[in-house]
Design a protein around this ligand. Structure first.
Ligand code: HEM
Ligand SMILES: CC(=O)Cn1cnc2ccccc21
Length: 287
């Protein structure tokens, strides 16, 4: 059922944001100097994307990613890097819940990669191991548009929110050892832009079977797209939205911010007193 967040305690969440942001800035060598930003965004998404609106199960509230059943979900391969990155932050701030930490990590990463401000509320409460949702709720990249539409409908999202959210694939890269897909990163792996949409529309894409026997789309500049990425330009309704976001990064940022905040809060009811935090970036604080 829907979880009720606990009333916000007198805590300095900007301090936690700053610790995460400073660590992202310092540990820049990870993944061939892409850094930890993208994998932190993926952890926030995967810890929230288990939500099912049909029975109000899953979602970020209980911080259940910390348990091996969820951590070892094949869909979560590679996210241990984000978990290990956050461990010293959790030791420094033991009062923060796992669910709050995993979602705050994604918010910090988006903002420090020059993405939009993401409003964030605290109050998630760690739940026991017997509340871990089943594996298999996160999306399969080999599928087409109708699969994507159904999966995001289960998460409570329409077409506009779905296309905006997948725009996060402007960040980071795919890794053979995690998902069986591989591709050098896109034009801006650790700076948030609308490049994913521009790329989808402008490049010439060829469907190949890669070294792991997995089908993926490659272009002549060495970039790649997943089948579910390509579905966004094959489906006419999705394509309209891709064209809109490729033309206007501000509209993409506005829609991404709303949808990402909603994703991280799925299945949670927050007390009115828990106001959304709009965190300052390190640059805005001259740190
Ligand atoms: C149809 C929906 C989606 C599918 C099938 C999908 C699938 C994937 C796959 C296969 C990877 C590569 C993982 C690896 O090999 O390391 C990946 C990476 C990534 N995904 Fe998605 N994804 C989806 C939606 C999303 C959403 C909604 C977000 C965030 C809002 C997101 C954020 C990311 C990020 C940031 C990476 C790069 C991670 C890194 O560089 O380590 N994805 N995704
Ligand atoms: C930047 C780009 O389009 C490369 N790319 C395309 N699809 C992706 C999925 C996950 C991570 C990176 C991805």
């Amino acid at each position: 059922g829907v979880h009720v967040a606990e009333k916000e305690a007198k805590r300095d969440y900007q301090e936690v944001y700053n610790a995460i942001a400073t660590k992202i800035r310092d540990e820049d060598e990870y993944d061939n100097y892409i850094g930890y930003g993208p994998v932190l965004v993926r952890l926030a998404w995967h810890s929230s994307g288990t939500f099912d609106r049909n029975d109000n199960s899953g979602g970020s509230f209980g911080g259940t990613y910390r348990f091996k059943k969820e951590m070892n979900d094949p869909s979560n391969k590679g996210l241990q890097n984000a978990f290990d990155f956050l461990r010293p932050i959790h030791e420094q701030f033991p009062w923060i819940s796992s669910g709050d930490l995993y979602t705050l990590g994604g918010v910090t990463a988006v903002q420090e990669m020059m993405g939009p401000k993401i409003p964030w509320r605290s109050g998630r409460v760690d739940q026991p191991e017997n509340t871990v949702p089943d594996n298999g709720r996160l999306p399969d990249a080999s599928q087409g548009a109708s699969y994507v539409r159904n999966l995001f409908d289960r998460l409570g999202f329409g077409d506009r929110e779905t296309v905006a959210l997948i725009g996060a694939h402007a960040l980071g890269k795919t890794h053979y050892e995690n998902s069986g897909y591989e591709g050098p990163w896109g034009p801006s792996p650790n700076v948030f832009t609308n490049d994913f949409f521009v790329n989808l529309l402008n490049a010439h894409w060829t469907l190949n079977t890669n070294k792991k026997g997995v089908k993926q789309w490659d272009n002549d500049q060495g970039h790649m797209m997943l089948p579910t990425d390509m579905a966004l330009v094959k489906d006419p309704k999705y394509r309209k939205l891709v064209e809109e976001y490729a033309k206007d990064q501000d509209v993409f940022f506005r829609d991404f911010s709303k949808a990402f905040a909603k994703l991280l809060e799925n299945n949670i009811k927050f007390p009115d007193q828990n106001k959304p935090h709009y965190f300052k970036t390190l640059d805005e604080q001259d740190l």
